[in-house]
Design a protein. Structure first.
Length: 570
């Protein structure tokens, strides 16, 4: 059998009476009713306790209900059901070091009057029943003291539920909630916002104030930036209790406020039809107006004073937009919409501020889809005809500009497609040049690779290389003519011809390849490049007969002669 340990601190338990155990470490008492118990039942009871200890009272409550459905006489399951109904958690007392129950789900009806408590007493006896009665009285005393706090609390109009921290960091939800709180309190609306309302209270004292606010508030604002934040234990504890109160009191309402998520991301129990997207311009005035409507707190002001205020604020709003003071403009627009939620001028200037346009005509140069924005739609709905006509003309100019640019982009895309198609042919042409297949390269570069950006440059190179190749053939012919007549001249002519060809296509050959081609000719120059002696000169001149080379006017080396001749022929 699994060893029993204290559920509060994990300490050793000692039996002090029939079915009652006490922890040696923290002094907490536990009741273990007699009778058979399956391993599955014990596992479910342990699971229910863990859920309750984490604050997930709803899930723990359901587990206890399931256990009781199978065995209505299970005293431990019924006691745990009661504990979850009142949201009991055990907290260590700083003075005594002992663990005391704290109530996290206050109720007006006493635990001593609860029907499940009376059923528990009927199903137990002796020391076990006495221990349950002792613990129930302790909870009832705590409950009564808390209710005294509740009775002294003034009623709230609005309860803001939100996740305050995430891994020790203040959440965006908390920031949004405070912005709403500040605006509502400015309007004299009594609002429960835990970050401020409970700031001078300790954690163990929160529940009576939360309970009082949940019961008195006509409206809950559930602020969230993610589904995960709405399902946090304490946030869920608040909205699930408020939903239960809504079933009993049809005057209560819940209004979700979200940012960075979809309204569909809220848990299915939350009504989202009127949910407000806080990222939209004008969201805060919309929330204020919703609060006034849903709570019945619509504030009556003198009509003339209101009109004067709107005129003054509208002029300030126009000046702020024209000066590019966007944040200030949004704040003034919100003030106007607080007074008049259908003010077309406010939405007109909010539209400009939202896209940082100092003048309406500047919207024609904005690519973002402002005609689809909520502020534009509200200008069309509430603004005077001149405002609507102006924005319609700006919209037409914007659409024409985007349409023209779209055509340019399409043409550019088609050009890029042709370039992409030409690229492999261009690469083949480059490869052909590297192999000396100039005719093939020229064919590709003037054909399918023609559109490729570097084709013209490569084509010029290929044509120069082709010309050099033809020149090489000419020098090779000269070599054949002179080969039988003058060996030294022939060897020097070879060097010159090869050098001329190599120079022409230097850009196409690697340094290593060029050096390999030039090496034998360098060796020849070192050995034979010297002025011709008289006895060879006449023989050299005779060797030129029958060729188209002109006769040299002075004795020079064969190298210099052929070099000059090659230059004249290029």
């Amino acid at each position: 059998m699994k060893e029993l340990r204290c559920r509060i601190c994990g300490g050793n338990l000692i039996l002090i009476s029939d079915g009652v155990l006490e922890c040696e470490s923290c002094g907490t008492r536990m009741v273990i009713p007699s009778g058979p118990r399956t391993a599955d039942t014990q596992e479910l009871l342990d699971r229910a306790w863990d859920l309750m200890d984490s604050g997930d009272f709803d899930s723990a409550y359901i587990l206890c209900e399931n256990l009781l459905a199978k065995d209505p006489s299970n005293a431990e399951a019924r006691w745990n059901l009661l504990l979850n109904r009142f949201g009991i958690r055990y907290v260590k007392d700083a003075l005594t070091g002992r663990y005391k129950p704290t109530i996290n789900r206050m109720r007006y009806d006493s635990i001593l009057e609860d029907p499940d408590y009376h059923t528990l007493l009927r199903n137990t006896s002796g020391d076990i029943r006495a221990e349950y009665e002792r613990q129930a009285r302790e909870i009832a005393d705590i409950q009564e003291r808390a209710l005294q706090v509740v009775r002294g609390e003034k009623p709230y109009d609005v309860f803001i539920s939100f996740r305050a921290e995430d891994n020790g960091t203040r959440t965006r939800d908390s920031v949004i909630a405070q912005e709403i709180y500040d605006r509502l309190t400015e309007r004299g609306i009594r609002t429960f916002y835990s970050r401020i309302t409970l700031r001078d209270k300790s954690g163990s004292e929160y529940e009576p104030y939360i309970f009082a606010a949940l019961h008195s508030a006509r409206l809950m604002l559930l602020v969230a930036t993610s589904r995960e934040h709405t399902e946090g234990v304490w946030v869920k504890n608040e909205w699930s209790r408020f939903l239960a109160l809504m079933k009993e009191d049809r005057s209560k309402s819940l209004l979700p406020v979200y940012e960075g998520m979809r309204r569909e991301d809220f848990p299915p129990e939350i009504p989202v039809r009127e949910a407000v997207d806080y990222s939209q311009d004008g969201a805060l005035p919309e929330i204020v107006q919703g609060v006034l409507t849903l709570t019945g707190l619509g504030i009556v002001v003198d009509e003339e004073d209101e009109k004067s205020a709107i005129v003054r604020l509208t002029e300030s709003l126009r000046s702020s937009v024209e000066a590019g003071q966007w944040q200030e403009a949004r704040g003034i627009a919100d003030e106007i919409l607080d007074l008049d939620p259908e003010n077309g001028d406010a939405y007109f200037y909010l539209l400009l501020a939202g896209y940082k346009a100092m003048k309406p005509t500047q919207l024609a140069d904005v690519d973002e889809p402002w005609p689809e924005s909520r502020n534009y739609q509200r200008v069309l709905r509430y603004a005077d005809p001149s405002r609507k006509q102006l924005l319609e003309s700006v919209k037409i100019r914007r659409d024409m500009r985007l349409s023209s640019r779209s055509g340019e982009l399409n043409a550019e895309a088609e050009k890029q497609r042709l370039i992409n198609e030409a690229e492999p042919y261009y690469k083949h042409a480059v490869y052909a040049i590297s192999k000396g297949w100039y005719d093939s390269a020229i064919e590709e570069l003037t054909g399918r690779a023609r559109i490729y950006p570097k084709s013209e440059e490569m084509l010029a190179l290929a044509r120069r290389a082709e010309k050099a190749k033809e020149q090489l053939k000419e020098y090779d012919f000269l070599y054949k003519r002179l080969k039988e007549q003058y060996p030294e001249v022939i060897e020097e002519g070879i060097r010159l011809c090869r050098q001329a060809s190599g120079t022409a296509i230097t850009g196409l050959l690697s340094k290593k390849v060029r050096e390999e081609k030039v090496k034998p000719y360098k060796e020849f120059l070192q050995n034979t490049l010297k002025p011709l002696e008289d006895k060879y000169w006449e023989e050299f001149v005779l060797s030129l007969k029958g060729s188209d080379l002109k006769k040299p006017e002075r004795p020079i080396s064969a190298f210099i002669y052929l070099e000059e001749e090659a230059k004249s022929r290029r």
